[in-house]
Design a protein around this ligand. Structure first.
Ligand code: FMN
Length: 353
């Protein structure tokens, strides 16, 4: 019996395995490889300009006939145009790191695009479910990039018990045993970032991949110093310096990467600063945190695109410590599914034996 789930039915993929929309990493070759292998790939859209996003969607469509998703930022100044692009291209699903507002959800759903935010707490999951999203990714503390305080093993039962829509498990997954564990909790599949970052099709420079492969389970940390929100990254000299630095040097760093962010999004520099000031007032955070909140993606570009470990961050799940090879995406998906089948056979043997 092939392993299928409500998520597979919802989006129309063969296996309950999702490759997430990692900024700078989830590019068309990775997304289409995952989709062609029976998984569901999500394109990184938040770190592309509007034109680049259009070109990337076209590139995925040209190399795979299967449905795929796009990751967006709900607070992007041109979010409405990006949403229209997804609608015009009949993209199957929009994913969001931070919850989109009700209006955006309604617009996407009204035009047949499924909506799937990532949540880190039961309360957030309940709120977005009430707003009508179609599925959620529940990401536990061990997961990569922005991450919440609750570990996957506790978040999953908490969120799954509260919701009656498909919940994908994220944070710490890499293999078939993990898939079976997630399904046992009642999840509709697994969503993996770090595991797909470490594949052949991932565009990340070889020396950066080597750094991930070398990391152990205790070589990551969760820092708030990058953009004010907890983000899991590999511990490097750059991150240590960021952790130790005062407000002024962080502000300078934020402003420097802010210039690059302006080129990418067209968000005016002074608008960025005034948005920062407003956020600072509203949330009581430092100006450095507020300004960098909008442009932190550029620190990921430094590493993922430019191979500058000294000038950027390496967002990662803790699972990097258990990954030591770079398979092709199709081989990875096949091996996860066959390990899951084996694991189920072993479990049913225990049950009958
Ligand atoms: C390099 C990197 C970049 C990421 N960028 C994004 C992003 O732009 N949007 C998003 O929703 N999640 C982003 N994430 C989070 C992942 O989509 C995913 O939820 C997370 O990696 C799952 O945990 P895992 O790494 O243990 O599999 C990123 C993660 C990594 C490792």
């Amino acid at each position: 019996m092939p392993i299928k789930s409500a998520f597979c039915e919802l989006v129309g993929c063969r296996f309950p395995i999702v490759s997430t929309g990692m900024g700078w990493v989830a590019t068309p070759p990775l997304v289409s490889a995952v989709c062609n292998a029976g998984g569901f790939g999500i394109l990184a859209g938040a770190t592309l300009s509007l034109d680049e996003l259009g070109a990337s969607i076209a590139a995925v469509k040209a190399s795979s006939k299967n449905p795929f998703g796009v990751n967006l930022r709900a607070d992007a100044p041109d979010a409405a145009e990006r949403v229209q692009l997804l609608i015009d291209n009949q993209v199957r699903l929009a994913s969001f790191a931070a919850a989109p507002n009700q209006e955006l959800i309604k617009r996407l759903k009204g035009e047949g695009v499924l909506v799937m935010p990532t949540v880190g707490k039961r309360r957030h999951a309940e709120k977005v479910a009430e707003w009508g999203v179609d599925a959620v990714i529940a990401q536990g503390h061990e997961g990569g990039g922005h991450t919440g305080p609750v570990p996957t093993s506790l978040l999953l039962p908490d969120v799954i018990d509260a919701l009656d829509i498909p919940v994908l498990a994220a944070g710490g997954f890499r293999c078939g045993r993990g898939l079976v564990a997630a399904l046992s909790y009642g999840a509709a599949g697994i969503a993996m970032g770090t595991r797909f970052l470490l594949t052949q099709e991932s565009p990340v420079p070889a020396e950066i991949k080597a750094r991930y492969l070398a990391a152990t389970l205790t070589d990551t940390l969760v820092s708030r110093r990058i953009d004010g929100h907890p983000q899991r990254v590999i511990r490097t000299d750059f991150v240590d310096a960021l952790e130790a630095s005062g407000g002024l040097s962080r502000l300078l760093l934020a402003l420097r990467s802010g210039l690059a962010f302006k080129r990418l999004t067209g968000l005016g520099f002074f608008r960025l600063l005034s948005a920062g000031l407003a956020m600072r007032k509203a949330q009581g955070i430092s100006l450095a945190q507020a300004v960098s909140a909008a442009n932190a993606p550029m620190l990921t570009e430094q590493t993922m695109v430019k191979a500058r470990i000294d000038a950027g961050i390496l967002p990662t799940g803790q699972v990097t410590g258990l990954i030591d090879e770079l398979p092709g995406a199709a081989a990875l998906i096949t091996s996860i599914m066959s390990e899951a089948e084996l694991s189920l056979t072993r479990l049913s043997g225990m049950h009958h034996g």
